[in-house]
Design a protein around this ligand. Structure first.
Ligand code: NAD
Ligand code: MG
Length: 362
């Protein structure tokens, strides 16, 4: 088991990563001061519930906890205010109060929605993240919680840090391989922006990681979480540095929006975005030789690295300007300075973006 710490100005909490951790939940909770007097409420989705809910609930009950739960339909379309209202109703009916605690058991959708329930229920109660997707190593750390609005993703939300993150890597064995690859896209992103040694390690350990070797998975997730934790510790509310986590996301978000949500997973879109933004960094003269290695790494993890030939450059540009990260319509990008280092570049000329998007169609 690996333990990392997230420290913000107001919070300090551990991230526990390892095998068989769901069975050890009671002692991990005790380490952060939770005891069976605290009533628990597990939030999960219809995909995860049949796999892990019973195990988690039984373990906690055997330790003396009173445990309730709510299950909502799996998928991004559940990340809504309507789900929040239903969860709140269920929490009230099951007798939760200010001293209760919420456990978010699932991927990023569950983590974001359950975290937002914790942020808002009776003006805020503590919660614990129990991520079960590889991508959720990213979403479970950092305290951003929320739901979508029909007019935009994550438009309703809060900052609410968990008391604890427990990542049981055994849960990844049931995750579809496309979701695994998508999760690796964010791990690759974290390495590319922060740590060349970690990039090399990902290159060298690809086979073991793709075969879900537990020891290597713990290392990869710890590497990604450490990087995210360091950035969040320095900039909890995204006033500057935290924006570097959006590497690959300017093009990625635009692609997700234009292709229609669901066409590409988030990780796949970010993977293509990172190749594009590496090319853009080279075109602007910030760096010389990042795109080839980026593309090779992404390709080796079974991720796409090119835009579909049907992609419309104009539509992508419109979507980029609409993205909430584009301040007043100017195009801002996180661009590489080299492998393991990026910078935020404002007012990127549209002509260069056009050329890169065209090139990215392969
Ligand atoms: P997800 O939660 O929808 O999970 C993907 C699918 O896998 C779902 O169908 C889910 O039911 C299923 N699943 C989960 N765990 C499983 C397991 N162990 N075995 C089998 N199936 C399993 O999506 P995700 O990719 O984990 O997360 C995406 C969400 O995360 C998005 O809503 C995104 O906005 C959010 N996110 C948030 C942050 C943040 O900082 N808060 C950061 C990144 C992403
Ligand atoms: Mg992302």
């Amino acid at each position: 088991m690996r333990t990392l710490w997230v420290e913000t100005t107001t919070h300090r909490y551990p991230i526990q990563i390892g095998s068989g951790l769901l069975q050890r939940l009671p002692s991990l909770l005790e380490e952060v001061g939770w005891t069976p007097e605290r009533r628990l409420f597990v939030v999960t989705d219809t995909q995860v519930a049949p796999l892990y809910l019973k195990e988690a609930v039984t373990t906690l009950q055997q330790a003396g906890y009173t445990v309730g739960s709510v299950v909502f339909p799996a998928g991004e379309s559940s990340k809504t205010l309507q789900t929040l209202e239903q969860m709140t109703g269920e929490a009230l009916r099951q007798g939760l109060d200010r001293k209760s605690g919420i456990l978010a058991l699932g991927g990023g959708v569950v983590g974001d929605a359950a975290g937002f329930l914790a942020a808002t229920f009776m003006r805020g109660i503590p919660f614990v993240q129990l991520p079960t997707t590889l991508l959720a190593h990213d979403s479970s750390v950092g305290g951003k919680v929320g739901v979508n609005h029909p007019l935009g993703k994550n438009m309703i939300g809060a900052f609410h840090q968990p008391d604890l993150v427990v990542f049981d890597v055994d849960t990844l064995k049931t995750l579809p391989s496309r979701e695994i690859a998508s999760g690796f896209a964010e791990v690759i992103k974290e390495a590319l922006i922060w740590d060349e040694t970690f990039v090399r390690w990902l290159e060298e350990n690809r086979a073991g990681l793709m075969a879900l070797d537990a020891a290597r998975l713990v290392e990869a997730i710890a590497g990604g979480c450490r990087m995210k934790a360091e950035v969040v510790s320095q900039d909890e509310k995204e006033s500057g540095l935290r924006a570097i986590l959006n590497y690959g996301h300017t093009i990625g978000h635009a692609l997700e929006a234009v292709a229609g949500y669901g066409q590409f997973t988030h990780g796949e879109a970010v993977a293509i975005g990172m190749v594009g933004e590496a090319l853009l960094g080279e075109r602007l003269g910030l760096t010389t030789n990042v795109s080839q290695r980026t593309q090779a790494l992404i390709q080796s993890y079974g991720l796409p690295y090119q835009l579909p030939t049907t992609a419309e450059v104009d539509e992508l540009l419109v979507a980029m300007r609409r993205d909430k990260k584009a301040a007043q319509g100017a195009l801002t990008f996180v661009l590489p300075r080299g492998i393991g280092s990026v910078e935020i570049v404002k007012e990127v000329p549209e002509a260069a973006v056009r050329q890169v998007l065209t090139q990215l169609k392969g």
